[in-house]
Design a protein around this ligand. Structure first.
Ligand code: ADP
Length: 204
């Protein structure tokens, strides 16, 4: 994990309380962290969910694996160290969005449990809601879908360190939500995610 480098810095609190922010945003907000194999359906579910929540009038924002690597994390690759730093930075961004009262949908393979637990801890320490949603699918189904042709490349040895092929995926042990996309439609998956978000009170 990253070390604090700067010295002589002091956290400057604001005057807006969390209750005041909630009244302003008309919702609690928080982070929904979608984790799972590539092609499990994380991005597809988050995209559909974002639209539903936006149409309902709930402030929502989506953070997505590849998108973040075009900007904030363009200097990171896929080594274990870079993957950890990738998730650490995204975790901090999620915390800011959640603190702002936005329902934040984060779709990242995030294969290592320790990295996901660190993001959870960041939220818990700050008293912010965090829902870990395991988007579960059999590797064989993900490989058959292969929407970006990445499994094919990984099997051919053209991509090294690909999750599920030659890099591990550590499944969550106690996620708040599990959505198995191997045996349900996108509509069913979105409905399940929405139910989890509503029962955790993020939209109210
Ligand atoms: P990820 O973001 O996990 O890498 P994607 O969302 O990019 O995965 O791709 C998942 C693929 O699986 C898409 O082609 C999508 O249409 C398909 N799919 C089939 N069933 C579902 C479902 N129930 N939920 C989400 N995606 C599904």
């Amino acid at each position: 994990m990253a070390q604090q480098v700067a010295t002589n810095i002091t956290f400057h609190d604001g005057n807006v309380t969390r209750d005041e922010r909630k009244a302003c945003m008309k919702q609690t907000g928080g982070t929904v962290w979608f984790t799972g194999l590539s092609a499990s359906g994380k991005s597809t579910i988050a995209v559909a969910l974002e639209q539903v929540l936006c149409q309902q009038g709930n402030p929502v924002y989506r953070l997505d694996g590849d998108n973040i690597r075009f900007g904030l994390n363009k200097n990171l690759g896929f080594s274990a160290e870079d993957r950890a730093e990738n998730i650490r930075r995204i975790g901090e961004v999620c915390k800011l969005f959640a603190d702002a009262g936005v329902v934040t949908l984060a779709s990242f393979i995030s294969p290592y449990k320790a990295d996901r637990d660190a993001v959870r801890a960041l939220h818990e320490e700050a008293g912010l809601p965090f829902i870990e949603c395991y988007v579960e699918v059999d590797l064989a189904i993900a490989e058959e879908r292969d929407p970006k042709g990445l499994y094919k490349k990984a099997r051919a040895g053209e991509i090294k360190g690909f999750t599920g092929i030659d890099d591990p995926y550590e499944a969550p042990e106690q996620p708040e939500l599990v959505i198995n996309t191997g045996n349900q439609t996108l509509e069913q998956s979105v409905a399940a995610a929405l139910e989890g978000i509503n029962s955790a009170g993020l939209c109210s």
